[in-house]
Design a protein around this ligand. Structure first.
Ligand code: PLP
Length: 439
């Protein structure tokens, strides 16, 4: 006799709410107060002024964060910005991509990974992802290359590294710039290298959901001094600064205000010192959960490719409707009723979103898609990236419950809820839409 499902009126496995994602403590509080007491909440100047206290490169907290980030990641340059979106826009601007160019990007990602191309009037071309890592599939990338391709945005989605070696080999062969979107993959490693140090740029997010956070913020990493300068210029009003810099090769730059404040930088500095412990917590919970779910027919645990360490921004599993006979949405509703929340899929593949379907972005004329300098024919047709579409519609389920301050007891609740639901599949099948008596 199995316990009655909560979705059918039984007692839920768990009633405890999931605790908030709090990664800050006394040290962050002290850091904020230190900045407040200094009176300088931001020390950027939109001029080529290396002099303290106001500077083109920002104040002491921003510059210290950049030095500490470079040291932690073993990369020559780190540029702090006010979000990963800004970081992606700045990195793309620094590549020199422009009207008529194409940028290959995963469709299975947050919108800014592709929007960064359109900001420069370039065309996002979507290549499909791999079903195991959810990151770009090099064969699909190769198939979508054209003489117009100038860059690739590689996203390490959900914390698992993309397979960088074949992607970088292809990029070298075709002289393409590579931006790694590491927003979800702080500290993840690929064959001994930390993601964000393999392509020409790495872009990290410090928004409130990320492994480490400072409210809103981001960091761009690069090994190249010239690219770092370009990112700094785009961060801080390039067009007024380049004249003073007297660098003829970069006069065609438009800057924005992507500057990070001193308070955000002070918080981010402390958060960076917590990264390894926060990641270790995620890894330990994920390993425990994977171990406990071994043998579960309905859900396959996350894939970790050989030579990679996962950062488990989310814990992702493959749902096997072919084994349960229950639609994913019904299965997840039953889990939710038991007090354990999983999401079905990540975000809708980007090309299915209105901006791509209508091809309307700048004004009435439809640039960049109808830009007279663009002589390609990009497709955004449904079915373009079948793996991304299948993951989204059918296979992928994720939970954020593998983070601090959650514990093994919380993982046990997840396991109990899954075991209870999978022990009652007959009852669940009868509740699914389309079952006799169900609309
Ligand atoms: C993969 C990815 N790229 C970029 C971003 C943008 O980050 P931000 O919110 O810092 O602009 C996010 C944030 O959710 C993300 O998940």
């Amino acid at each position: 006799m199995t316990a009655r499902l909560a979705i059918a009126g039984g007692t839920p496995v768990r009633t405890k709410p999931v605790p908030p994602h709090k990664t800050t403590g006394t040290e962050e509080r002290e850091a904020v107060l230190r900045v407040l007491d200094s009176g300088y909440l931001s020390l950027f100047e939109g001029n080529w002024t290396p002099d303290a206290p106001f500077s083109f490169r920002g104040g002491p907290e921003v510059q210290a964060l950049e030095a500490e980030w470079s040291a932690r990641y073993g990369v020559a340059h780190a540029v702090a910005v006010n979000s990963a979106t800004s970081g992606l826009y700045a990195a793309m601007g620094a590549t020199g991509v422009g009207p008529g160019d194409e940028v290959i990007v995963s469709p299975y990602t947050m919108s800014a990974s592709a929007a960064c191309a359109m900001v420069y009037n370039a065309i996002p071309v979507f290549a499909d992802v791999r079903p195991d890592t959810y990151a770009l599939d090099v064969d699909s990338v190769r198939a979508r290359l054209s003489p117009r391709t100038k860059a690739i945005v590689v996203v390490h989605l959900l914390g698992h590294p993309a397979d960088m070696d074949p992607l970088m080999a292809l990029a070298r062969e075709r002289k393409l710039m590579v931006i790694e979107d590491c927003a979800q993959a702080h500290g993840a490693t690929y064959k001994g290298r930390t993601v964000g140090t393999i392509g020409h740029f790495g872009v990290f997010s410090l928004n409130v959901n990320k492994t480490i956070q400072c409210g809103e913020g981001g960091v761009v990493t690069t090994a190249d001094a010239d690219l770092a300068l370009r990112v700094q210029l785009i961060r801080n009003h390039a067009e007024v600064v380049v004249g003073q810099l007297n660098r003829a090769n970069i006069v065609n730059m438009l800057g924005y205000n992507y500057r990070m404040t001193e308070i955000e930088a002070a918080i981010a500095r402390v958060q960076l010192t917590r990264l390894d412990a926060l990641n270790a917590h995620r890894l330990a919970l994920a390993a425990y959960l994977t171990d406990r779910l071994r043998g579960c027919d309905a859900l396959e645990p996350p894939h970790v490719a050989p030579g990679c360490t996962h950062a488990y921004y989310l814990y992702a599993m493959t749902y096997r409707e072919d084994r349960t006979g229950v639609p994913r949405a019904t299965f997840l509703q039953a889990l939710k009723a038991e007090g354990v929340e999983f999401a079905g899929g990540y975000v809708q593949p980007l090309y299915l979103q209105p901006v791509y379907q209508t091809r309307q972005l700048y004004g009435e004329v439809g640039c960049p898609f109808s830009c007279p300098f663009y002589d390609g024919e990009v497709s955004y047709a449904p079915g373009l990236c079948p793996t991304a579409e299948r993951l989204h519609a059918r296979d992928l389920v994720t939970t954020e419950m593998v983070r601090a301050p959650l514990t093994r007891e919380d993982m046990d609740d997840i396991v109990k809820a899954i075991e209870k639901v999978t022990a009652n599949l007959d009852e669940l099948r009868a509740l699914a839409p389309g079952a006799p008596g169900k609309p």
